[in-house]
Every structure is written in C-alpha cells, then in structure tokens.
Design a protein around this ligand. Structure first.
Ligand SMILES: NC(=O)c1ccc[n+]([C@@H]2O[C@H](COP(=O)([O-])OP(=O)(O)OC[C@H]3O[C@@H](n4cnc5c(N)ncnc54)[C@H](OP(=O)(O)O)[C@@H]3O)[C@@H](O)[C@H]2O)c1
Length: 341
C-alpha cells in the first residue's frame, strides 16, 4: 500500500547567529509546505542525518575557504543524510523505497533533483554506515600518512566520529601501537576495551606533551590529527624521523567558545620537521576522488567480516536535533551521532 504523502515537512533553521558555541535556542523547528515534484525530482523521507562539528564553523564568522556554504539566520541547516524515496517525479532514475544519500539533512523530507542525490547501493550492511566520516580517516591513512607494519599511530579526537574509525583502520593497515586522545576517562576506557587502542590520553589531565610521551615512549610514526592546538604541538615534539602527519580537523579551535570556529592556531617546532624529515599535510576529500568508492568497498567488507566496529548513537525525533548539536559539541556522545527524524 502506498503511504499518503505529507503536505509539509519539519526542518531545523538557524534563527540567530550563535553568540559563542551554538545553543538549542539558536535553532528552531519549522513546519514548511512541500512543493509538487518537477520532472526528474524525487521526494525523500530522511531516515537519519548527521550531527557534525563543521556546522559550528558554518554558523560562525570565519568561513573563508570552507568548502560548504555559510549558514545565516533564517537558513535551514544541511548535511549528510540517508533516506528512502517516498515519491518520484516523471523520469526519475530511482524507485519508491530505494535508499539514497544526499546533503539535505536536518529535515524530515527533502525534494531533490537528479544531481542532488546518489543511490545508496548495497556495499554497506547498515544504512547509518553511509553517514560515517571514516572515509576521511581511510584516505588520510592510505594517501597522506601511509601506515607501515609496526608503526606507532596517534589519533587525536579518537572517540569522535572520525577518530574511532581512524584508530581501527590504522590497526587493520598494520599499525603496531595505536594511541588516542579523548575528553574523558570513560571514553578512554571504551577506546581501549572495545576499539583496540593501546593507550589513550585524556586531555586536560596534565601537560599534553608529557602525557603523550608516556603513552608513546618510542615516539610516533603516523599522526591523524582531528584536534590541533596543544595536541599537534605534542605530536610534532615526539614524532620520529620520517613521521607522516595528516591534518583532518582542528577541533581545539573549531569548538572553542572564545573563537569563531574557522581557525585554530598551534605552536609547532618547525625545526623538528626539518631535522626529522617529517611531512605534514591537510586532508581534503576533493584532492582524493578515488577514496570514497574504495573506502565504501573496504568498509563494507570489514563490517561484514566483523573486523571493524562502527560506533554510533541514534537520537530519535527532529525536535531533539537542536539539543543534540550542543551535546555533540560538549562531547556527550561517542562516535558518530545521527538524528532519526
Ligand atoms: N578533512 C576532512 O575531510 C574531514 C572529514 C571529516 C571530519 N573532519 C574534521 O575532523 C574533525 C573531527 O570530526 P568528527 O566529525 O569526527 O567530529 P567529532 O570528533 O565526533 O566531534 C565531536 C567531539 O569533539 C570533541 N571535542 C569537543 N571540544 C573539543 C576541544 N575543545 N578539543 C578537542 N576535542 C573536542 C569531543 O570529544 P571528546 O569528548 O573525546 O573530547 C566531541 O565528542 C573536525 O574538525 C571535522 O571538521 C575533516
């Protein structure tokens, strides 16, 4: 039986630019009418959308060079989503019930043109896996900072969406010792027990360079950096000869209440880079177009074999979405965070 289609869809809009970090009152739920589909368009019922730190940057004053459009008061939030085709316009290339991935999250329903979505395909056994940011970790560890057998790998922000995947991928690619960092002892314990980390530094519990040197007494060969700041300073300080540092994010600046979200200064001893022949490069998906398809095949295989775990938390109800953004920034969740509207 075909489900009756709704006349309207609820969505989350930014109602004012956040003063510091976003709070739930900066966002609101709006009920908006759904328009008729044009030729080739589809209506998608979103099943899950991703809650991610880049939104803080897009809402701030420092969006120069950021590869997504800034968010102003009145705009609907957006981001990776996975949903089911609920209606098709004339000539659309998918069928009712097909699963598609797209960038119009933060709403119950999305009207999408042919270039606005991709069929989910069958490579991944779990629809939420399409929202994993593990592709960036995999790209960093295969393109920018390749892991060699026995390497010591440091993953900063290891309990986050990307970090929890990065540590496991590093191990699967041959790392001998995997060290992480996180914001709480409870998350550190989970990383060690459930995700194979050998040691985890809890930020804020002492001088970071000292703590990292204790966790990696022989130094570090590969860094996947999600955080920047003092953690990057420390990683450079103890990096071994020939170390490879991949910069994926900069949570220390991006999620700092006293910054605008688009910058993250760190002090680095550049002479260490010279004398130890260390490479350091930022990871941008656009520079590595072959990664997503390769990652999807590999991720699907690892999930089916049970050699990788994909930690995520599903928060039901679009009404909860404004609070979940704040919770994600405050570190109250583990791994990937999605809303099921
Ligand atoms: N280059 C790329 O292609 C690419 C792709 C994906 C993501 N990224 C970037 O990579 C970074 C991680 O992204 P993600 O989606 O995996 O996010 P995430 O790590 O899941 O972000 C949420 C986590 O940030 C941590 N956090 C909050 N405030 C912090 C602070 N002041 N210092 C350090 N950590 C803090 C908290 O973890 P704890 O409780 O453990 O501290 C929180 O759980 C972001 O900068 C993101 O923009 C880049």
């Amino acid at each position: 039986m075909t489900q009756p289609l709704p006349r309207s869809s609820r969505e989350i809009r930014l109602v004012r630019q956040p003063h510091a970090l976003p709070v739930p009152d900066d966002l609101a739920v709006f009920d908006v009418p759904l328009r008729a589909l044009g030729a080739g368009e589809i209506l998608v019922r979103n099943r899950y959308f991703l809650v991610f730190p880049g939104l803080r940057t897009l809402m701030g004053d420092e969006t120069d060079g950021v590869p997504l459009p800034p968010l102003h008061a009145g705009d609907t939030l957006f981001g990776p989503a996975v949903g089911e085709v609920a209606a098709v316009g004339e000539g659309a290339a998918v069928e009712l019930g097909d699963l598609v991935v797209h960038l119009e999250g933060w709403r119950e329903f999305a009207v999408l043109g042919a270039d606005g979505y991709a069929p989910a395909g069958g490579a991944l056994p779990d629809p939420v896996a399409h929202l994993s940011t593990g592709s960036a970790a995999y790209g960093a560890l295969t393109r920018l900072a390749p892991v060699r057998d026995g390497d010591t790998v440091f993953v900063s922000g290891a309990a986050g969406a990307t970090g929890a995947m990065a540590g496991q991928i590093a191990r699967l690619l041959g790392a001998g010792r995997v060290v992480g960092s996180t914001g709480s002892a409870a998350k550190a314990a989970r990383l060690r027990k459930e995700f194979g980390f050998d040691a985890v530094v809890v930020r804020g519990t002492g001088p970071f360079t000292t703590l990292l040197a204790e966790a990696a007494p022989d130094g570090i060969d590969v860094v996947v950096d999600m955080v920047g700041g003092e953690q990057l300073t420390a990683a450079v300080a103890i990096a071994r000869s020939g170390a490879r540092i991949a910069l994926l994010g900069a949570l220390a600046g991006q999620l700092a209440a006293d910054r605008a979200g688009g910058s993250s200064p760190a002090e680095i001893d550049s002479y260490r880079l010279v004398v130890r022949g260390i490479t350091m490069r930022g990871y941008r998906g656009v520079d590595h177009p072959s990664v997503p398809a390769e990652w999807e095949r590999q991720f699907g295989r690892w999930l089916r074999e049970g050699t990788i775990r994909f930690p995520y938390e599903v928060v039901p109800g679009i009404d909860r979405a404004p609070s979940v953004l704040q919770e994600m920034i405050a570190g109250r969740h583990f791994g990937t965070v999605v809303v099921a509207p």
